[in-house]
Design a protein around this ligand. Structure first.
Ligand code: ADP
Ligand code: MG
Length: 249
């Protein structure tokens, strides 16, 4: 469903992704772990095309992200096509990023109405279903500031799901939450996984990663150091760097 091959990305002179490759099969969960600054967020942002890559390729659901072949030449996709591609991956951020001036229902219906052309009634019906699924039935008319952090994050998940993405990208979805609220958000993510959603989850929650991941990717300094099933990467890492990171986390 998601494939990155030889991805390079730098900001100015700083190399942030250095030959990163990753394969995420459909209906599997990949957890990405690694120290701060290792390039985890940048990788997700490249998959979602919030950043463009300098070399390599990323394919989502069979389509090259950001580019297309015409004959034997590679062209950048037009902006509208990129916007459409972006809707295939739902992104959830550490700090929720709900629209503060809109109700919860408004947050979840905005993109389907604006980008998919859904009528208000249809968008609201979909939103109510999703909000019920993430445990937010009854919060439709609340504004983000009236919700707990965990509720805000679950609203952000519902908002991403409303676009019916082929895959979900979570960037440290519980880092801003205390343990109680973390649990309710992780439960929602686990239910999505159980339902067959393809996802990449950047997380510091090692127990959660062990529990949910089909594969764990350890990144350090812009590189993928090792990849494998959780019982290998987390319990019997092959690389010293991974072992040292795990000892500290
Ligand atoms: P992680 O999510 O693993 O903490 P990031 O992907 O956020 O790492 O960042 C990796 C490196 O890229 C860091 O050194 C960070 O400062 C740098 N970086 C990220 N985004 C930008 C940007 N827009 N401009 C310049 N440097 C950036
Ligand atoms: Mg990050």
């Amino acid at each position: 469903m998601i494939e990155a091959v030889g991805v390079h990305k730098s900001f100015g002179g700083l190399t942030v992704l250095d030959d990163v490759s990753l394969t995420v099969p459909e209906s599997t969960v990949t957890c990405v772990i690694g120290p701060s600054g290792s390039g985890k967020s940048t990788l997700l942002r490249c998959v979602n095309r919030l950043e463009r890559i300098d070399a390599g390729r990323i394919v989502v659901d069979g389509e090259l992200v950001g580019y297309e072949w015409r004959g034997d030449r590679l062209y950048e996709r037009p902006r509208r096509a990129v916007a459409r591609q972006r809707t295939r991956t739902g992104m959830v951020f550490q700090n929720f990023r709900l629209f503060p001036h809109m109700t919860v229902l408004g947050n979840v219906t905005e993109a389907p109405r604006a980008l998919l052309g859904l009528r208000r009634a249809a968008a609201e019906e979909r939103a109510r279903d999703l909000l019920a699924r993430v445990g937010l039935a009854g919060k439709e008319t609340s504004r983000p500031h009236q919700l707990s952090g965990g509720e805000q994050q679950r609203a952000a998940i519902a908002r991403a799901l409303a676009m019916e993405p082929r895959a979900m990208l979570f960037d440290e979805p519980t880092s801003a939450l205390d343990p109680e609220l973390t649990r309710e958000v992780l439960t929602v993510i686990r239910e999505l996984a159980d339902g067959g959603m393809t996802m990449i989850v950047v997380t510091h929650e090692m127990r959660f990663a062990r529990d949910i991941a089909d594969q764990v990717v350890f990144m350090d300094n812009g590189r993928v150091v090792e990849t494998g099933p959780p019982e290998e990467v987390l319990d019997a890492p092959r690389h010293d760097r991974t072992a040292r990171f795990l000892a500290q986390n």
